[in-house]
Unconditional design. Structure first.
Length: 341
């Protein structure tokens, strides 16, 4: 990642944990509410005050809600989501410019500890690369829980970069006071700069999160245009959208090692012509993707096309093919040839 040299700003260290744990949790919630009042609600034509810009890595175990959070922060879908673990496989950059501040959010794959094949080694390398050159790290966990997979991610975080503990899916916690003992335990695990309880589904929670992150970003010029939402190409987004529908419509039947390759991408004004290949590892997997009389493949294509048309505001002609490449996910050369780092 190419970076502009700059002076880092280091926020003050967090105050010691209050012995009254319930009061501490309530204080965190009040602090978040105050940040919400200070958060900008619109993007003015001219920035007010000195410009800020910086990278914010979003990290966590697989399927903890990182991509959903990124999409909510950007205000548009730039990272695909599904209930299948390891849906995100690339470092996805989402951009949001509010007032004088440009937030560069970096979504990362969930750190994989169960399998050591070439694909997973590549994904873990992406995670490690993303957390070493940012201004702020957002460590996402499910509110009230902490698993061995969470601990593995926490071990990777550098000590010299501030880390926000984001307790996601707060809407699933019925008694918020029960979070206090959990929070005390989390503070023992890492010196978190701040604790932010929130739900990515809450517009108010998302709005206040900008103000919380803003003070950790250095004063410097923006790195992207104010209206940019991602640094990823349309070709990349097309492959990702097909892969999302593939994962969603095949469920757990199809191993996550399937992938999508764009064979042709032609931009003809308001029309985009795309040909893509879905790569699987076995003949049986090919049958799952195609379905009876080709109905599953047709539905994957239809849903991907419709979403791309909404995203780009134009017509899309999409052709899909399915090919078997046995053992590709454990072949380093083939993993790289399919676009993984």
């Amino acid at each position: 990642m190419s970076r502009t040299p700059k002076q880092k700003t280091t926020p003050a260290a967090p105050s010691a944990i209050n012995q009254d744990l319930d009061a501490m949790l309530a204080g965190a919630l009040r602090k978040s509410s105050k940040a919400s009042a200070a958060a900008p609600e619109a993007e003015p034509a001219e920035p007010l005050g000195p410009k800020r810009c910086g990278y914010i890595a979003i990290v966590g175990k697989p399927n903890v809600g990182k991509s959903t959070l990124l999409n909510a922060l950007v205000g548009q879908k730039v990272s695909i989501t599904s209930s299948k673990a390891q849906t995100t496989r690339h470092r996805i950059t989402g951009l949001r410019t509010l007032g004088a501040t440009q937030f560069i959010f970096v979504d990362t794959p969930g750190f994989q500890t169960r399998h050591g094949n070439a694909l997973n080694r590549s994904l873990n390398k992406t995670v490690l690369g993303a957390v070493t050159d940012v201004d702020l790290i957002v460590f996402v966990v499910e509110a009230g829980s902490f698993h061995p997979a969470d601990a593995k991610v926490l071990e990777l975080l550098p000590k010299n970069i501030p880390v926000i503990l984001l307790a996601n899916k707060l809407d699933m916690v019925h008694r918020r006071a029960e979070l206090a003992p959990w929070l005390a335990e989390m503070q023992q695990r890492h010196p978190f700069a701040e604790f932010v309880p929130m739900s990515a589904k809450s517009a108010k929670d998302v709005q206040r999160f900008y103000a919380i992150c803003e003070k950790y970003l250095p004063e410097q010029d923006w790195m992207h245009d104010a209206d940019d939402l991602t640094d990823r190409s349309e070709r990349f987004m097309a492959a990702e959208m097909v892969r999302e529908k593939l994962f969603r419509l095949t469920g757990d039947e199809l191993p996550y090692t399937s992938t999508v390759i764009i064979d042709k991408f032609e931009d003809e004004g308001k029309l985009r012509r795309i040909a893509a290949t879905i790569v699987v590892e076995r003949d049986g997997h090919k049958g799952m993707v195609i379905g009876e009389k080709g109905e599953k493949l047709k539905r994957i294509g239809t849903e991907a096309r419709q979403e791309l048309e909404r995203l780009w505001g134009g017509k899309v002609f999409l052709e899909l093919w399915v090919k078997v490449r046995s053992g590709w996910a454990d072949d380093d050369a083939r993993v790289r040839s399919f676009g993984y780092e």
